[in-house]
Design a protein around this ligand. Structure first.
Ligand code: ZN
Length: 150
């Protein structure tokens, strides 16, 4: 079993007003050349958690951080006009918390963060500021969500 110490939260970067199913996700990841969905879990707007990839296998979700992490993606992240927004529904938040709690109990997790928090720290001040984000994913501040703390 690989060493796992990091949980990375992603969003599908799709509009909250349109459905993006696990089949859609699979089709899009296969078209990018992956052999399966790059995330380990996908949380639909109704709170259903889809298992996408075995935890024993590294994900394909953030370059440089795949080896020791678990990737959780939620459906949404954009408002109806396509702007980044925390679009998580109540059931999605509850499922995310439940999943993170389960994973924390099973693995020695030392960090839970959003995809954007792993952007390069360009000015070297040890903080990844919004101006340094490569992308907005997961469109909310993971560190300020009490249900996603260590
Ligand atoms: Zn992402």
């Amino acid at each position: 079993m690989r060493t796992i110490n990091l949980i990375v939260i992603h969003c599908s970067a799709t509009k909250e007003t349109s459905a993006y199913t696990v089949e859609d996700l699979k089709r899009d990841h296969l078209s990018r050349g992956f052999n399966e969905i790059g995330y380990h879990f996908y949380i639909r707007r109704n709170g259903i958690i889809e298992v996408c990839r075995a935890i024993s296998k590294p994900g394909a979700h953030v370059i440089g951080y795949n080896a020791h992490s678990i990737a959780i993606c939620y459906e949404g992240g954009l408002d109806s006009s396509g702007k980044p927004k925390d679009t998580r529904t109540g059931p999605q938040k509850a499922s995310m918390q439940e999943l993170v709690t389960t994973l924390k109990a099973k693995y020695k997790i030392t960090r839970i963060c959003g995809h954007r928090d792993l952007s390069p720290d360009l000015n070297g001040n040890s903080t990844v500021e919004p101006s340094e984000w490569i992308k907005a994913c997961p469109c909310f501040d993971v560190s300020s969500d009490p249900s996603l703390r260590l």
